[in-house]
Each structure stands twice: as structure tokens, then as C-alpha cells.
Design a protein around this ligand. Structure first.
Ligand SMILES: Cc1cc2nc3c(=O)[nH]c(=O)nc-3n(C[C@H](O)[C@H](O)[C@H](O)COP(=O)(O)OP(=O)(O)OC[C@H]3O[C@@H](n4cnc5c(N)ncnc54)[C@H](O)[C@@H]3O)c2cc1C
Length: 458
């Protein structure tokens, strides 16, 4: 480390206290990488402030010294956005956690950035509310990371992305200025909507410290089914009808056959005797009485041969077994080096995209595991690929083949995971030169010294 580097660390230790700074051997390997497992460098130090003032003091010192800072949440990101380089200092919000307030009249929760999503969900549930943001990484991802990536997940269809569920935000700018805007009302048309600037900015424009999240009444019941379908056209028709007939429709997840096969074998479950080419996990939140409407909807779809078969969960255990296949928690363990891509496009184009993409990837990597699944109602598809001898070059080729097809179909190379480092070379596939230039101008205006998460997004 240079003399300047030592001086910054000393100034940070003086300002924040020794418990808030890890350096040398105290920096654990977990700060190296997010869940993409593409990071390989330990940061120079890890800051773990436990107050907003400490975050501000840390950024003031780093900004004055031109020291780069990588904000980190739960490190479940899949785009390499929280990966540090050797000269970076990581800024983890893990010690600034907890729900500060539930406002029952407004139906809001004020929560600190380091709070793990599942904990926030439990606090909301205990107060009789639903925190509708939900994703497979709920046990580790943090509110700050969710806001910074504008996380999507499994309830977007009914409740929107993180963007639609954040009413207020507190952010610390690169120079240490604290912008506190913990608004609780849905309507607030007082000039530019600054909060939306930071949501999805992946730690490049400011550090999120607190958020006001919108809550919904907790549903009394949840009706869940797995449906077997034989063509993508049937899936689109089922979605259209479900949106019209089931007002509380809260999940419409589609899985291609190879995805179901892999995860059913991993979980030692078999739902349909004859595995269909497409499986849809359908969920409706609402009242107990809605069960009749849900069953009638499926009965009609069966009679009209829109679906070939359907299983309705009769217990929480059965519901969990449906979701276990969809969430595919064994995949990372059983397929080391799994490449997880996340794209979106017009719903009508996704079926053909999956078929063509699958063929092109299989031609190039004949022994690879290739599967597709996703939040179909949001036009969002995940592409999971595991190449037996996984290398950076293979990952780059998988990305290029997939993103070329996305570009040809006018889609987005990132539906919900963000750009981070991994998708940065491909940003121009989904954004125009003028858009990228505007992003650069915004970055320069907010972080003129370029200390916040350099090398990410743009
Ligand atoms: C099993 C699994 C399932 C997943 N499912 C989904 C899904 O359905 N939908 C979805 O959208 N994503 C999903 N993800 C991806 C990931 O969980 C989300 O991107 C999540 O929002 C990341 O949160 P995190 O706290 O782990 O952030 P991190 O990975 O730590 O960081 C992500 C980005 O946010 C920045 N950041 C973190 N904290 C802050 C802060 N306080 N202020 C400013 N910037 C910050 C980082 O610099 C980085 O750029 C999944 C991941 C896994 C492993």
C-alpha cells in the first residue's frame, strides 16, 4: 500500500473507530465477490459503519483522497456489481440494520439499508402486512442492495419492481452530503423524482442508507398450482386469461422442460408423470373463498385443453415443493461455474428466443446444461448454462451468443440483475449511444471524482 493509502486508512480508523474498519488479515474472503463468483480480489479494507453520519464521514474522507469505494450489501448480486478491485475500499452496510418504524396508517416501513430482506418481511408479517418485494436470495440480500439493483423477483406481476415499492429514500452522495427524503405518501410531484435516480444505480451514484417501503395488507390465503403445457402459445394464452380471471394473480413463473428435469432430480421430486415441455407455476393471493374461482379457472383451462394437467397445492409443504423446483437452490452447488443470464423482451417473442438461443448454445457447447425459466408475465427470462470445463472465455461466448439474439429481438440484456461488471461490455446492445452519454453526464455531476463503484455499469 502507498503512503497515501496508509493515510486514508488511518483517517478512516480515526473517524469511524476500529470496529468499523477491517484491514489486513481481518478482511475475510467473503468480501471478494458477489454470488456470480467472478470477483477474485480482496479489497484494501472493509468499512462497516453503523450510523448514517459514519457513512457520510467515510465518503468525505475517501472523496477528498480520491479513494474508490465499492458499496456492498448481502453480496447475492449476479452481475459482479459489488466485486472490489485490490485498490478499492468496500463499504458494507451490514452493521446498519433493522426496521426503524412501521407506520400502520400509511402502510409503510422505514428500514435501514443493511437489513436482510427476510427479516424485513418477517417484521411486516408480524404487524399484519405483506412486504411484497420477494426473491430467491431473500435470506441474504439486503434492502440497500435491493434498492441499488432495483430488484425484481417473483411478485412484480402484482406489486411491481422495487422501484414501485420505494416511497422514500436516504442516500449519501460521494462527497458525504446526506440526502434524506423519507417520504411516505404515494404522491409527491415536487420537481424531479430524485429517488428514482438512485434506484437501480448499482452503487455508482450514492450509497443508500435508509428506505421507506410500501406495505400491502397481508393476504389471508394463497392458492398455488403447477400446470403442464405443450406449447409456448398456450403459455401466453394462459397468462392472458389468468390476468383477466384471477384478480389476485401474484406469480406466473414458466419453466422449460430441462430446467424442471434438473431441479426435480436435484430435489428428488416428480410432479407430473410425463414431464411437459413447459410448466407454469401459478399463484393467486387473496381470500380463502378465492379457492373456488382458482379451481374453476384451472378446470376451464383443462377442458379447453389449454393445459394438459394441473396440480393444486393442498398444503404449505406442497406449495414449497412447487417453489423448490422453481427456485432451483441446488443448481449452484451441483453445477459449479453456472452462468446465470437474465434478459427481457416482448412476451410474444420469448418462446422463439428460448428455442433459437437453446439451439445456438447447444451447437457451440454440445455437453452443456442449458435451461430456461423466468418471470414470464414481466417478459423476463433467465438462461442457465453450465459448460463442463467452465472458463471466462466460455462465459463470454455464452453471453455474446445470447445477447446478440436479445439485441436482434429489441430486448434488454438485463431484466433485473443489473449491469455490474459482467454486462458492461454489452450495455450498448440495449441502450443507445445518446442514453449512455446521458448516464455518463449524470455520473460526473454526482460523483465528479469517480470514487463510487468505478468500472461498474458505464
Ligand atoms: C438464489 C438467487 C436468486 C435471485 N433472484 C433474484 C430475483 O428473482 N430477482 C432479482 O432482481 N435478483 C435476484 N437475484 C440477484 C440478487 O439477489 C439481487 O440483485 C439483490 O438485489 C442484490 O442484493 P444484495 O444486498 O445482495 O446486493 P449486493 O450483491 O451486495 O450488491 C449489488 C449491487 O448493489 C450495490 N449496493 C449494495 N448495497 C448498496 C447500498 N447500500 N447503497 C448503494 N449501492 C449498494 C453494490 O455496489 C452492487 O452494485 C438472485 C440472486 C440469487 C443468488
Amino acid at each position: 500500500m502507498t503512503g497515501g493509502g496508509h493515510a486514508v486508512i488511518a483517517a478512516l480508523r480515526d473517524a469511524l473507530g476500529p470496529r468499523a474498519l477491517l484491514s489486513g488479515d481481518a478482511v475475510g474472503a467473503r468480501y471478494c465477490s458477489d454470488a456470480s463468483l467472478t470477483g477474485s480480489c480482496l479489497p484494501r479494507a472493509v468499512l462497516r459503519p453503523d450510523t448514517v453520519e459514519a457513512v457520510a464521514a467515510a465518503l468525505r474522507i475517501c472523496n477528498a483522497a480520491g479513494q474508490s469505494v465499492v458499496p456492498q450489501g448481502g453480496l447475492t448480486g449476479l452481475a459482479g456489481g459489488a466485486n472490489p478491485r485490490a485498490d478499492d475500499i468496500a463499504l458494507s452496510l451490514e452493521r446498519f440494520a433493522g426496521v426503524e418504524e412501521i407506520d400502520e396508517a400509511s402502510g409503510t416501513m422505514t428500514v435501514r439499508a443493511g437489513t436482510v430482506l427476510e427479516s424485513a418481511q418477517s417484521v411486516a408479517a408480524a404487524a399484519g402486512f405483506l412486504l411484497p418485494i420477494d426473491l430467491g436470495a431473500r435470506g441474504s440480500c439486503q434492502i440497500g442492495g435491493i434498492v441499488a439493483t432495483n430488484a425484481g423477483g417473483i411478485r412484480v406481476l402484482r406489486h411491481g419492481q422495487t422501484r414501485e415499492n420505494v416511497l422514500g429514500l436516504e442516500v449519501v452522495l460521494a462527497d458525504g452530503t446526506v440526502i434524506t427524503s423519507l417520504n411516505k405518501a404515494v404522491k409527491n410531484n415536487t420537481g424531479y423524482d430524485l429517488r428514482q435516480l438512485f434506484i437501480g444505480s448499482e452503487g455508482t451514484l450514492g450509497v443508500v442508507t435508509r428506505a421507506v417501503l410500501r406495505l400491502r395488507p397481508a393476504p389471508a390465503a394463497c392458492h398455488t398450482a403447477l400446470c403442464a403445457l405443450r406449447s409456448y402459445g398456450h403459455v401466453v394464452e394462459l397468462l392472458k386469461r389468468a390476468q383477466a380471471a384471477l384478480p389476485g394473480l401474484s406469480a406466473f413463473e414458466v419453466m422449460w422442460e430441462s430446467y424442471v428435469r434438473f431441479n426435480e432430480e436435484a430435489e428428488r421430486i416428480r410432479h407430473f408423470v410425463d414431464r411437459p415441455s413447459l410448466t407454469v407455476l401459478l399463484e393467486q393471493q387473496g381470500a380463502e373463498e378465492d379457492a373456488h374461482r382458482f379451481e374453476a379457472f384451472l378446470a376451464d383451462a383443462l377442458e379447453e385443453e389449454l393445459i394438459g394437467d394441473a396440480l393444486i397445492a393442498q398444503s404449505q409443504k406442497e406449495r414449497d415443493s412447487f417453489w423448490a423446483v422453481r427456485e432451483g437452490h441446488q443448481m449452484d452447488r451441483l453445477l459449479p461455474g453456472l452462468i446465470n443470464l437474465d434478459v427481457s423482451m416482448a412476451i410474444g417473442r420469448l418462446g422463439d428466443f428460448a428455442e433459437t438461443c437453446g439451439q445456438r448454445l447447444a451447437r457451440r457447447f454440445p455437453d452443456a446444461h442449458i435451461s430456461f425459466y423466468g418471470h414470464l408475465a414481466d417478459g423476463n427470462l433467465h438462461v442457465a448454462v453450465s459448460v463442463p470445463t467452465s472458463t471466462d472465455q466460455a462465459a463470454a461466448e455464452v453471453s455474446r451468443i445470447t445477447y446478440e439474439l436479445v439485441r436482434q429481438r429489441g430486448g434488454s440484456i438485463s431484466a433485473e440483475h443489473g449491469i455490474g461488471t459482467l454486462k458492461r461490455p454489452y450495455l450498448g446492445y440495449s441502450r443507445s449511444a445518446a442514453e449512455i452519454e446521458l448516464m455518463r453526464r449524470m455520473k460526473t455531476a454526482l460523483d465528479p471524482n469517480g470514487i463510487l463503484n468505478p468500472g461498474k455499469v458505464i
